[in-house]
Design a protein around this ligand. Structure first.
Ligand SMILES: *Cc1c(COP(=O)(O)O)cnc(C)c1O
Length: 352
């Protein structure tokens, strides 16, 4: 079959399972256990179907861009909005990683990076995290075609101090450095203020985790206007209307309700602190997490076994059959009730 020689062959990213069974406790894809801000439901009820006749507005001209600009105290020309941060990251890979030199990212990280690199034929090189799962900034000093890493890192939850982020950005002024801050609202310091100083820094965030809107698919990134213009040039060369009218309208409410947002993040941090105690009590070890999940390994029972037994108990967590991390479980922080059910299931599973 000759045509198959001309197919762009890729091994796709495997997202966490989305079980359709009722009564599942879903701690496997880092979704927020709390509903979006109440204004989102009100705006949803007020959506006008007649409006759907029209193509959506350009994201940069919407109230969503204005609300984000207002919230982060930057200009609307410093924001790019996409269909979840996966879309934003994918566009950024396509736009900024055009060098023959390899793009650098950690060996243990968001497992979409190597997939985008493969699909866009971008050469890349991974840099090993140290034994404590920390990114070593000095590894990012050799010539490269760009740098990307999450902060906090996924799936470890480990936060890199802002000084180290800046060190990487400063040592790579000739390439674009993308900091993926999908989990920054759960306890890290954003690199956003650095965009004023560094024209090569792109900070990516999402509504999927801290703003409870994974299903609406809204992500965005921030950088100097020139970076954003280049991104828009590529995006408008692929698909002009990525953001639908509903997402653009509903996202605004999630940004404006700062009180609700703060409360949700605080609840998750509290539940995470409790989870650290409860998991430690049951023989788990884990690096300190600044995200809405804990990356834990049990002292005696293999992760795979716990993963499978939890699943039999209708509790889904994430496990990767991958070198260095195959004895770890990534457990999303749910509500206190969900976590209580997890501890009880663990007590049954781990009983000698
Ligand atoms: C969840 C996640 C994303 C993407 O989420 P979207 O739903 O596409 O916004 C990006 N990066 C990391 C590290 C993530 O964990």
């Amino acid at each position: 079959m000759k045509w198959e020689e001309n197919v762009r062959k890729v091994v796709p990213y495997t997202p966490g399972e989305q079980p359709h069974k009722a009564g599942i406790i879903k701690l496997n894809t880092n979704e927020n256990p709390y509903a979006p801000a109440p204004g989102v439901a009100r705006a949803l009820a007020g959506l006008d179907a007649e409006q759907m006749r029209l193509y959506p507005a350009f994201p940069e001209e919407t109230d969503l861009a204005k609300a984000l600009a207002d919230h982060y105290q930057i200009g609307t020309d410093q924001i790019f909005i996409g269909v979840g941060s996966d879309d934003v990251l994918s566009m950024a890979f396509m736009t900024f990683f055009q060098s023959d030199r390899p793009v650098f990212f950690p060996d243990i990280t968001y497992s979409f990076y190597d997939v985008w690199a493969d699909v866009y034929r971008i050469p890349y090189e991974t840099k090993a995290l140290d034994a404590d799962f920390q990114i070593r900034p000095e590894d990012y000093r050799q010539p490269n075609g760009g740098v990307v890493f999450p902060n906090p890192n996924a799936p470890t939850g480990v936060l890199m101090p802002l000084e180290s982020v800046e060190e990487i950005v400063r040592n790579n002024r000739d390439v674009v450095v993308i900091v993926d801050e999908a989990y920054i609202d759960f306890g890290g310091t954003s690199a956003l203020p650095l965009i004023e100083t560094y024209d090569n820094l792109l900070v990516v965030q999402t509504f999927s985790k801290s703003r409870s809107m994974a299903g609406m698919r809204i992500g965005f990134c921030m950088g100097q206007p020139k970076l954003i213009r280049y991104l828009n040039d590529v995006k408008y060369s692929v698909n002009s209307y990525t953001m639908n009218t509903a997402a653009l309208a509903l996202g605004v409410e999630a940004v404006r309700d700062k009180v609700y947002f703060g409360e949700c993040c605080e609840k998750i941090r509290k539940t995470r602190a409790k989870a650290e105690e409860e998991l430690a009590k049951r023989g788990f070890v884990f690096p300190k997490s600044c995200a809405n999940f804990i990356f834990a390994s049990h002292k005696s029972v293999p992760a795979r076994e716990i993963f499978e037994k939890l699943k039999e108990n209708d509790i889904y967590v994430r496990w990767w059959n991958k070198e260095r991390i195959d004895n770890f479980l990534r457990i999303t922080i749910g509500t206190d009730e969900q976590m209580e059910a997890l501890y009880q299931a663990l007590d049954r599973i781990l009983k000698p």
